[in-house]
Ligand binder design. Structure first.
Ligand SMILES: C[S@@+](CC[C@H](N)C(=O)[O-])C[C@H]1O[C@@H](n2cnc3c(N)ncnc32)[C@H](O)[C@@H]1O
Ligand code: SF4
Length: 452
């Protein structure tokens, strides 16, 4: 058997800080699919066929932001009210057409995610119309419908338009509450404004309000991180995502780094190294768990059951996701796909719109993943920190056992009675472990090729 440190991690007395050098990538995956061309006749036919999926979602993308935050490379187009309005009109029209097709109606949708970019940059009336368009789909009772965005610019009219038109979950990027860290990162509001607004919104009787924090931002010392964590409790929100800062290519932060500069608060140039980030993760996990919050995945905790995180959980299980909008990704009839990001090309495609089938926008479509079910078991298991080995074919579980034993020796997991459970260190490094598992299978293919 061939092992590499990127599969097994390093043997260290402190695996949380030293099992790997850096987080390998934002997400793990293996390349067992290739691009495929779906012609127009085939596309039309797809929308007439029933879905084979047992669980489904809609993903709707709003590729607009008012400002390019220093750490982020999701920025696609500057928010211009007229452009957003025109885009929202086309989107709503396409959703109406899609909702009425036999394909969409054949199976209900469990969850809907309106992400970006900054969907809360839409006007109140546009948010309301989008909510109504979503309701035309065959949704399960109590479907989770999320609107992503930021608090800045989310006035009462927008909040009411969203909550009155079916949105029942809100995911806001806060990143850090610290005003200096925020300003350096290109964020708008100060800590007191954010806290006050979150406290108001979280009092809604049913909606779930969740926020994202990043650890490792320039200027964010351990002290500031602890204040960030306390602010989450003070804000009254129902759920929290803790993301380690990733150096994303194309971000302002990475451009500055290439020139030997750091975009940090003027009075505080602190930059957490990988070991400090590991400690920040551990501090965050213990902060929420000791306050009675429940861990739903390696990076997501909830205060109570109002927060369900259905979209994020199911998306990792490889379910069918119908994508709408420029830059939206999903999976249709088993084919993973990604719509092109070019807004002009996306609009041009709609010049040929018909009333029976959603427009086929420029997109990258992949062949079905023959290992989709297995990959979903691996990804979901390692993401939640608990992999049920009984879900795997026995021969495959046995084949993987030497790798799992190495993880155990290196303090990343424990294996007991058909269960692989990640340790705190394993959860911190879970994307490396997912990548490592796929590397192990590529370098040590099981004798029964179909097994993995
Ligand atoms: C697509 S963004 C949308 C957020 C929203 N537009 C906002 O401004 O808060 C979703 C989340 O990705 C995370 N993210 C963006 N860049 C990141 C990076 N370089 N490292 C880690 N997480 C990042 C942030 O926490 C952000 O809230
Ligand atoms: S964090 Fe949000 S607002 Fe900032 S660039 Fe990324 S997507 Fe846009």
């Amino acid at each position: 058997m061939q092992f590499t440190p990127t599969m097994t991690g390093l043997n260290s007395p402190d695996p949380l800080q030293h099992a790997f050098k850096v987080k390998s990538a934002p997400h793990a995956g293996r390349s067992n699919v290739r691009p495929v061309n779906i012609d127009s006749a085939h596309w039309q036919q797809w929308w007439q066929q029933p879905s084979q999926a047992s669980q489904r979602a809609l993903y709707i993308h709003l590729p607009f932001c008012r400002k390019r935050c220093s750490f982020c490379n999701f920025f696609e187009n500057g928010t211009n009210p007229e452009k957003v309005s025109h885009y929202a009109d086309v989107l709503v029209e396409q959703l109406h057409i899609a909702a009425d097709t036999p394909f969409a109606q054949s199976q209900p949708f469990d969850t809907v995610y309106v992400g970006g970019g900054t969907p809360t940059d839409m006007q109140a009336q546009e948010i309301g119309r989008l909510g109504q368009a979503i309701k035309r789909f065959n949704l399960v009772d109590d479907a989770e419908v999320t609107l992503e965005g930021r608090l800045n610019g989310l006035d009462d009219d927008k909040w009411l338009a969203a909550t009155n038109n079916g949105f029942n979950r809100f995911s806001f990027g806060v990143q850090s509450f610290d005003t200096d860290v925020r300003i350096a990162a290109g964020r708008f509001d100060d800590k007191s404004n954010l806290l006050e607004r979150l406290q108001q919104l979280s009092q809604h009787p049913t909606a779930s309000v969740v926020i994202d924090l990043i650890f490792g931002l320039p200027g964010q010392t351990m002290d500031i991180w602890q204040q960030d964590l306390q602010a989450v409790l003070d804000s009254g929100v129902h759920g929290i995502d803790l993301y380690q800062l990733i150096g994303l290519q194309g971000s302002r932060m990475e451009h500055a780094k290439d020139k030997g500069k750091v975009i940090a608060p003027a009075n505080n140039q602190f930059q957490a190294d990988s070991q400090t980030r590991a400690q920040m993760y551990a501090t965050g996990a213990s902060h929420f768990e000791s306050n009675g919050w429940q861990r739903l995945s390696s990076c997501h905790w909830r205060r109570d059951e109002r927060e369900r995180s259905i979209y994020n959980t199911l998306a990792k299980s490889g379910i069918e996701i119908l994508p709408f909008g420029a830059g939206a990704g999903g999976s249709i009839h088993g084919h993973a796909c990604m719509n092109g990001r070019d807004l002009k090309a996306w609009h041009q495609a709609h010049q040929h719109a018909t009333t029976s089938t959603p427009v086929q926008v420029p997109q990258m479509m992949m062949t079905p993943n023959p290992k989709a079910q297995l990959d979903a078991i691996f990804k979901r298991g390692l993401d939640t920190g608990l992999l049920n080995l009984a879900l795997l074919p026995t021969a495959l579980a046995n084949h993987l056992m030497p790798l799992f034993n190495k993880w155990q020796q290196n303090g990343l997991a424990t294996v007991q009675q058909q269960q692989l459970e990640l340790t705190l260190a394993g959860r911190f490094w879970n994307v490396n472990l997912q990548t490592g598992l796929f590397e192990f299978l590529a370098k040590n293919p099981p004798s029964n090729e179909l097994a993995a």
